[in-house]
Design a protein around this ligand. Structure first.
Ligand SMILES: *Cc1c(COP(=O)(O)O)cnc(C)c1O
Length: 456
């Protein structure tokens, strides 16, 4: 590369001035500066690609706008997937969110006993509520269900007693490359696989138990299902066997509904922690932000002596939740104990199709004259998030065929709009499932659609 080429490199300060405050995207100056420097460094490596100054500034502007859109922002979920991991899983109830903003911006009694003025027990009240909601003697919570599982395994695994018995049908990938066997190994356990992928019997468990057995683990099949020639040992029989042999028995429930979600919508029955613990299982763990409808967390519930032991693990300290999560979870757990089920997730699940239709008609009317063939069609919403793969919930979708742009372009415009909208494409039509759109978002959705369709 020649010096002459490099002399055409855009100057950092001049670029910063041309971009203006916040790089045109409301970004902090050091963020803009680092992006500009990176871009100039890349051109230094590839001088033939050095553009004119104005073109460079225009590219930077687009780049910074893209960067700005990676900041966390609310999105309208038109995918019909209620628990969408990419969209932040469960939306919190309004008063849980309000409690967060109250506590987050203030000091609080996180580890202070207001009665004595002494150091207090962190999350003592929450643990009590979680235990009651889980039908358990005791409960606690950590960062997420994956860490709950690691913590449980670390607690039971020790030298000479390190084998964790698990059925081959349960060595599953939970999602995002997170696999049960890897978790087991990461916690220092040795896998003791038993049975076959489609069949594992009580006798298989019985034959496997030995002096090196640390734990029997069952993993709830929450994101797939098996049919045909299959068998699994019954939980109550397995619990009796474990108790007889003095081996702890734990079930990873994953999704963690503490109420019968099948009474809210046409979905398969999801075992509750209380149902599983009543069968004699020693410990269960489940996610806070799946069917529970709370914040990201992992609840551990079951025998009081085991929960107390787990809380004494040094690793527990590394996985604990912060005050914001604890506040939100406390609010959600208390809600269930009051018999209230007005959580966004459960309300969306329960919404009758007729109520979606009324909202859909209003949206259709607001799109008249906006270069789109719009209609309503029956959609199928899903729980998602690796939960209840067999449950399809009758729903209603807004079907859009733009007349002046492609479906792909419409989808992109909606994603880049304010607020961003995420729908899906099926059979050449852009669809927005109304079950996962909050009624209070309908006006904003209509506005975003008109904006996206408005100019060709
Ligand atoms: C989702 C899931 C997990 C992981 O839960 P996170 O809270 O995301 O860590 C673990 N086990 C099962 C069975 C799951 O479905």
């Amino acid at each position: 590369m020649s010096k002459a080429d490099l002399s055409r490199l855009p100057a950092v300060e001049k670029t910063m001035q041309a971009l203006g405050d916040g790089g045109g995207a409301g970004l902090p100056r050091p963020v803009v500066l680092s992006a500009v420097r990176e871009a100039i460094d890349a051109l230094r490596e590839n001088p033939e690609a050095i553009p004119g100054f104005d073109a460079f500034v225009a590219t930077m502007r687009a780049e910074l706008a893209r960067l700005g859109r990676t900041r966390i922002t609310p999105v309208i979920n038109g995918t019909g997937v209620l628990i969408h991991t990419n969209l932040g899983r469960s939306p919190l109830p309004g008063d849980a969110a309000a409690r967060i903003s109250e506590v987050a911006g203030s000091y609080c009694n996180l580890e202070l006993d207001l009665d004595s003025g002494e150091r207090g027990k962190r999350a003592g009240y929450l643990d009590r509520c979680l235990a009651l909601a889980s039908g358990a003697e005791a409960a606690t919570c950590v960062n997420n269900c994956a860490s709950a599982l690691v913590l449980i395994l670390r607690h039971f695994v020790r030298e000479g007693r390190h084998r964790v018995i698990i059925s081959r049908g349960q060595l599953v990938e939970i999602g995002g490359g997170f696999r049960i066997p890897d978790i087991l190994l990461a916690s220092g356990a040795t896998l003791h696989e038993i049975g076959a992928t489609n069949k594992t019997t009580l006798a298989d468990y019985e034959a496997a138990i030995g002096p090196e057995t640390a734990l029997i683990l069952k993993v709830h099949q929450s994101n797939f299902y098996m049919g045909g020639f299959i068998a699994e040992a019954a939980t109550d029989e397995l619990a009796a066997l474990a108790a007889d042999k003095g081996i702890p028995f734990c079930e990873d429930l994953g999704s963690g509904a503490v109420v019968d979600t099948d009474s809210f919508g046409p979905v398969e029955h999801e075992p509750t922690p209380a149902e599983i613990l009543a069968q004699g299982v020693d410990l269960v763990c489940y996610s806070g932000d799946k069917l529970l409808g709370g914040p990201q967390a992992g609840v551990i519930a079951g025998r009081a002596d085991l929960v107390a032991g787990i809380k004494k693990e040094p690793f527990f300290r590394a996985l604990r939740c912060d005050k914001i999560i604890l506040t939100a979870l406390e609010s959600v757990a208390a809600r269930y104990l009051e018999g209230r089920t007005d959580l966004p997730l459960l309300e969306m699940l329960a919404a009758p199709v007729e109520s979606l239709r009324a909202r859909g008609e209003a949206l259709l009317a607001s799109l008249e004259g906006h270069r789109v063939e719009a209609s309503l069609s029956g959609g199928l919403a899903r729980i998602g998030g690796g939960t209840m793969p067999r449950s399809e919930i009758p729903s209603l979708a807004l079907d859009l065929k733009p007349t002046s742009m492609s479906v792909t372009k419409l989808a992109r415009r909606l994603r880049l709009g304010t607020p961003p909208v995420m729908g899906y494409t099926a059979e050449g039509t852009y669809r927005i499932d109304l079950r996962t759109v909050f009624p209070r978002q309908d006006d904003a959705l209509g506005g975003a659609l008109r904006e996206a369709l408005g100019h060709a």
